[in-house]
Ligand binder design. Structure first.
Ligand code: SF4
Length: 348
């Protein structure tokens, strides 16, 4: 069976091509074709020796995901893709056309088994981890589409789609290193944000990788009890340890950590929680991103009214925290992660 080479780095390609007596620089040429030029057959790689191309086509494949569904928001800024891989597993990938460039949100697992109360991705559990190549394929798929449409390229990446990236640690780190390579997209680590529900041992490891990506920690509650209610993983990795690991990350990398806080009506958006949150975070190199919940019909959790959101934001700001409220994008196309995939799973 032909081996899929999409997701291989230069060294891996060189090893695979060694039996064909290809000079080492040919690996870079192949990488540029498949990662930068949207070419998926050796026959079309015109700078490879003509006689060799059929042999390579017989021995290797360059797998591409198939787009099963696509939704574009009315304002044209957000596009959501349901991409299916060779075994039929499908994940969501989102393109957000931001004022500062094109941002892509990738999935790292098909589904998720972290069980966060507000999240549609976890409703059907986790099917499997994605491979390095499948994560990269999501970015390259959108990069190719942008280039063909004359819309530029992918500028920034957020790892906030379905799945807990730090539960798929090695494949995710390999994916980020690959993305950074000049023969892929040459993406700066500072243009990458990884969001975690707080897998403490992996947060500590990540701080040692020498990759200064931005770390975003899903907090969603200011105390152990409420956080465990919203995020079951908090029973395994308690809030205090998550905060300590986030501080360690900021110290080691010099990068400000962002705490994501989903505002859920009458659950975590009251004065008591605002006060606790200030006490918990004051003095840290961090910012708080408030995210009014995209209501999830399976979970019966509601979005607070505008006044409650404004009050919560104002309270944090007045008490010295750096705070932003996430702008709504793509509400009309079910932007909350997992909703499009769930719809397809239900239809099957
Ligand atoms: S929020 Fe993230 S970690 Fe939590 S269940 Fe959803 S995908 Fe998993």
């Amino acid at each position: 069976m032909a081996k899929d080479i999409f997701g291989c780095n230069l060294r891996e390609l060189q090893e695979l091509f060694a039996p064909y007596k290809l000079p080492r620089f040919r690996a870079r040429q192949v990488a540029e074709w498949m990662y930068q030029k949207g070419v998926h057959h050796f026959e079309e790689m015109t700078n490879l020796p003509k006689a060799l191309r059929p042999q390579l086509d017989a021995a290797f494949t360059i797998q591409q995901p198939v787009c099963r569904d696509r939704l574009d928001s009315i304002d044209g800024r957000t596009s959501k893709f349901l991409l299916a891989f060779a075994d039929g597993t499908a994940v969501e990938t989102v393109l957000m056309r931001q004022p500062y460039g094109n941002s892509v949100c990738v999935s790292t697992q098909a589904g998720c088994n972290m069980g966060c109360a507000f999240c549609a991705s976890t409703v059907h559990g986790m099917a499997r981890n994605l491979t390095t190549g499948e994560m990269l394929a999501q970015v390259i798929y959108i990069n190719d589409a942008l280039r063909e449409a004359g819309e530029g390229k992918v500028d920034t990446l957020v790892i906030m789609g379905s799945g807990e990236p730090l539960m798929n640690y090695e494949a995710v780190v390999a994916f980020l290193r690959l993305l950074h390579e000049p023969y892929v997209l040459g993406m700066g680590y500072r243009n990458i944000t990884l969001s975690t529900s707080g897998i403490v041992p992996s947060m500590l490891l990540l701080a040692e990788e020498g990759m200064p990506i931005s770390l975003s920690v899903s907090l969603h509650a200011p105390n152990q009890e409420l956080r465990s209610q919203i995020m079951p993983i908090n029973r395994k990795y308690p809030l205090a340890d998550v905060i300590a690991a986030a501080k360690n990350y900021a110290e080691k990398t010099g990068r400000r950590v962002t705490y994501e806080y989903i505002l859920i009506d009458r659950l975590n958006d009251g004065e008591a929680q605002a006060r606790e949150l200030v006490k918990l975070l004051r003095g840290q190199l961090c910012s708080v991103n408030l995210i009014p919940i995209n209501p999830v019909k399976e979970r019966n959790l509601l979005r607070p009214g505008r006044m409650r959101i404004d009050w919560f934001e104002g309270y944090l700001r007045q008490h010295g925290l750096t705070v932003t409220v996430r702008r709504e994008m793509g509400k009309d196309i079910q932007a909350a992660c997992g909703q499009l995939r769930n719809k397809h799973l239900q239809e099957q």
